[in-house]
Structures are given as structure tokens and as C-alpha cells.
Design a protein around this ligand. Structure first.
Ligand SMILES: Cc1cc2nc3c(=O)[nH]c(=O)nc-3n(C[C@H](O)[C@H](O)[C@H](O)COP(=O)(O)OP(=O)(O)OC[C@H]3O[C@@H](n4cnc5c(N)ncnc54)[C@H](O)[C@@H]3O)c2cc1C
Length: 237
């Protein structure tokens, strides 16, 4: 649209909490390639409305005259009404992997849920997770066997002509191994490696290669689950 755009964010890089530092740096380059200036690690000190726009002061002391200021600072779940009803909460409606709350007759699905699974506390707020969790709830309500394990924290996002896909997790010390394509060509698939273990997969405009990495991750999860269940079946001596 020919407008200059500047993104100011408190995090050390775009989406860094979800995708880790290496891919976050790549996403910053993706924005910059399209002419978007990314100012990471800064906060907004003030916004003053003027006759034709606004004056924005950032924590580095700079002043920006803008036509439009878009504020996107995230959301927090409104839990007071749930807490009043006596249901257990923990930064969300506390549910097990099948969406059962602390009251066996009340189920939760989607963004409101903070799920407790064997791997710990999970707050996953994505479209796919919302759909998957509602399917699990439907199975539990109908007393049917639970569907197969869902994609772990899967999301996609369309940015500057790239379909970005991510699943799994990426710690702050994570690195990536490119399994297809080229980062500079903006078409690639990579596996995220944390402490020597593949913990996630990311792709830009490479859905087939992403699916392959995803299948490997699922197999890894299944193998880990079967090892832990066979260990728990061992008699205690
Ligand atoms: C700006 C933005 C961008 C996003 N981009 C992505 C993305 O690129 N990829 C991705 O995977 N996810 C994305 N998400 C997250 C995704 O939208 C959510 O994870 C998903 O919509 C959750 O679905 P849900 O059904 O749990 O909640 P919602 O979609 O929020 O639906 C809840 C509904 O309940 C209604 N409601 C609330 N209170 C009441 C009430 N008291 N009575 C009746 N109705 C009520 C609301 O009006 C709403 O319609 C984005 C979210 C936002 C806000």
C-alpha cells in the first residue's frame, strides 16, 4: 500500500517466544525485506493524538509522527466469572487433555483452557489447537476412545507472501537444521533442535517438507510414549 510501517515490540524478536531466536531473526528479515522496520526490545512510553495522526515516543528516546498507531499487546483470559462458579483455574480453565474440568460435567475447549497433560502445563492458543481440543471434548462427551494425539502447538501464519508453519517448541538456546530449501530464498523447511533433540519443525512455503518433519516428530513422540508406558508397566520390586 506504499506506507512506511514500523513494528515496536518489547520482545527481543518477532515471535521469539514461540519459534526461538534463530527463526525469530529470520522472521525479522522477512519483515525488513518488505520494507517494515522492526524495533525489538523497545516499549512505548507515550502516544499522543494529534489533528492528523499521533506522536509515539519509544523507550529509546525516539519520537515518531504516525498517521495510524495499531496497538497489539496480547490478551488475558477473563476468568473471574469461572472462578466464581467454583471451577478450578490456573491461568485458564484447568482441564485435562480431554477437556474435563474439575467438575466432571463441565468441559472446556479452545483458548480459555489451560490444559494439564503428562508433559506439564500447556496454554496453546491457536486455531488448530482450538479445533483439536473441541474434537477431544466431543469424543469424551460421547464416551468414545480419544482421537490420536494432536499436533503439538501447531500454528500457521501468512506473512509477506510466505505461509509460515510451526509445530513443537523452541527454547531460547535452540538452533535449527535446514532440511529443505534455502533461508535466503524464503522457501525452506527446518527442524528445531533444543539440547541435541528435535523439538519442533518450521517451514516457509514448504508444506510437504513440513509434513515430513511433523511425521518424524510424531513418531518420536509415540516412541517416547511407548517407552514411558512400558517402564510404568514394570513390576515394582
Ligand atoms: C489478532 C489475532 C490473530 C491471530 N492469528 C492467528 C494465526 O495466525 N494463527 C493461529 O493459529 N491462531 C491465531 N490466532 C488465535 C486464534 O484466533 C484463536 O486461538 C482461536 O480463535 C481460539 O478459538 P476459540 O473458539 O477458543 O475462541 P474465539 O475464537 O475467541 O471464540 C470465542 C467466542 O466466544 C464469544 N464469547 C465470549 N464471551 C461470551 C459470552 N459471555 N457469551 C457468549 N459468547 C461469548 C466471543 O464473542 C467469540 O465469538 C489469532 C488471534 C488473534 C486475536
Amino acid at each position: 500500500m506504499g506506507k512506511a510501517v514500523r513494528v515496536v515490540a518489547a520482545d527481543r524478536g518477532p515471535m521469539i517466544g514461540a519459534v526461538g531466536p534463530v527463526l525469530s531473526a529470520w522472521i525479522a528479515r522477512l519483515h525488513e525485506r518488505s520494507g517494515v522496520v522492526v524495533d525489538s526490545g523497545l516499549t512505548i512510553d507515550s502516544v499522543e493524538e494529534g489533528p492528523t495522526g499521533a506522536t509515539v515516543r519509544t523507550s529509546d528516546g525516539n519520537v515518531h509522527e504516525v498517521d495510524v498507531a495499531v496497538v497489539g499487546v496480547g490478551v488475558t483470559r477473563a476468568l473471574e466469572w469461572i472462578e466464581k462458579s467454583g471451577l478450578a483455574t490456573d491461568n485458564g480453565l484447568l482441564c485435562d487433555v480431554d477437556g474435563r474440568s474439575s467438575d466432571p460435567d463441565v468441559f472446556g475447549a479452545g483458548d480459555i483452557v489451560c490444559r494439564h497433560s503428562p508433559s506439564g502445563r500447556e496454554e496453546i492458543q491457536h486455531w488448530t489447537a482450538a479445533m483439536d481440543s473441541s474434537m477431544r471434548v466431543a469424543h469424551a462427551l460421547m464416551d468414545l476412545a480419544p482421537p490420536p494425539p494432536e499436533l503439538s502447538a501447531y500454528f500457521w501464519s501468512d506473512q509477506h507472501g510466505c505461509r509460515l508453519q510451526f509445530t513443537g517448541s523452541a527454547g531460547m538456546g535452540s538452533t535449527i537444521a535446514v532440511v529443505h530449501g534455502d533461508l535466503d530464498a524464503y522457501e525452506f523447511a527446518a527442524e528445531v533442535v533444543t539440547d541435541g533433540v528435535v523439538t519442533g519443525a518450521f517451514a516457509s512455503n514448504s508444506p510437504k517438507q513440513f509434513m515430513r518433519s511433523l511425521q518424524r516428530l510424531h513418531q518420536q513422540q509415540r516412541d517416547a510414549a511407548s517407552v514411558s508406558s512400558s517402564e510404568s508397566e514394570r513390576p515394582v520390586v
